[in-house]
Design a protein around this ligand. Structure first.
Ligand code: ADP
Ligand code: MG
Length: 269
């Protein structure tokens, strides 16, 4: 990890409105590949708004500030372009696709990631070149071995009758194949039993490294017993109000969030 290099993701003074209501009120954050950041905050503080805005969800209107990824503003990029460039968000509630195997789904996802943008500079739709099936199968086997997954998993229908832990496995496997540069996990831990939590954590820990920056978003520090963040940020009312190291998560566990609120908000006279 080198701290002298330019951060890979720079969020600067970000203001975001949803249906005319301002939710993010000047959020700034810098993430470098190789770092794990935790963003913690109570429900309603704007964490999911931030995650969805990073991915370019059309419902979230950026009214001020900027998001720069590897030196370029992403604000004009569609969601699929952001994904192709290496931003990845794990779904909180993955959908089932009966009839489509895990392997086929992942192959389609990977080919979409490898494909050039929908149009070239001259407006023509470029030719799509997918990964050859044999190469894909080898890559899939390699990643499944890395994540200690049974080969039979790849032939099952995506999320069809999957347990919570198996859905998480499918997500983590997708992340391993797509090799994002920045991965955003929004409340990936909520509602998970301890086995599923271990799947997510072991997976993230296996994939973490110098080429990946991770943003773990949670209102609840249970997952941070398994994924060790380098930085912890507290989000309150659409802003990051405090940043620190892992010790900040421990402090939040014992003290809650109220001590970080503006005095006027905690009802002091
Ligand atoms: P968190 O993830 O921290 O719980 P959210 O970003 O989901 O917070 O929500 C922050 C605020 O924005 C809440 O007051 C919520 O009601 C509002 N909000 C978020 N998304 C939407 C949406 N799609 N439509 C309307 N309001 C929204
Ligand atoms: Mg949320």
């Amino acid at each position: 990890m080198s701290s002298s290099q330019q951060p890979d993701l720079i969020v600067e003074g970000l203001r975001v409105a949803v249906e005319g209501k301002e939710i993010l009120k000047g959020l700034s954050l810098e993430v470098r590949k190789g770092e794990i950041h935790a963003i913690m905050g109570p429900n309603g503080s704007g964490k999911s708004t931030f995650a969805n805005t990073l991915m370019g969800h059309p419902r979230y209107e950026v009214t001020a500030g900027d998001i720069r990824f590897e030196g370029e503003s992403v604000l004009e990029w569609e969601t699929d372009d952001r994904a192709r460039r290496g931003l990845f968000m794990a779904f909180q509630y993955p959908v089932a696709i009966p009839g489509v195997s895990v392997a086929n789904f992942l192959r389609a996802a990977l080919n979409a990631r490898l494909a050039p943008s929908a149009t070239t500079g001259d407006g023509k739709v470029p030719q799509r070149r997918g990964m050859p099936p044999k190469e894909f199968r080898a890559l899939l086997r390699e990643k499944m071995a890395l994540l200690k997954m049974d080969d039979s998993f790849a032939t099952r229908y995506l999320n069809d009758g999957f347990s919570g832990g198996e859905k998480k496995r499918a997500e983590i496997l997708q992340m391993a194949l797509l090799k994002p540069r920045i991965a955003i996990m929004d409340e990936t831990d909520s509602g998970l039993d301890i086995d599923a939590l271990k799947v997510v954590s072991d997976g993230v820990n296996a994939l973490a490294g110098p080429d990946l920056g991770v943003l773990v978003i949670t209102h609840y520090n249970r997952i941070l017993n398994y994924i060790k963040p380098d930085f912890v940020h507290v989000m309150l009312d659409g802003r990051i109000v405090r940043s620190g190291g892992p010790e900040l998560a421990v402090e939040l566990e014992s003290r809650g969030y109220d001590w970080l609120r503006e005095p006027a908000e905690v009802g002091t006279p």
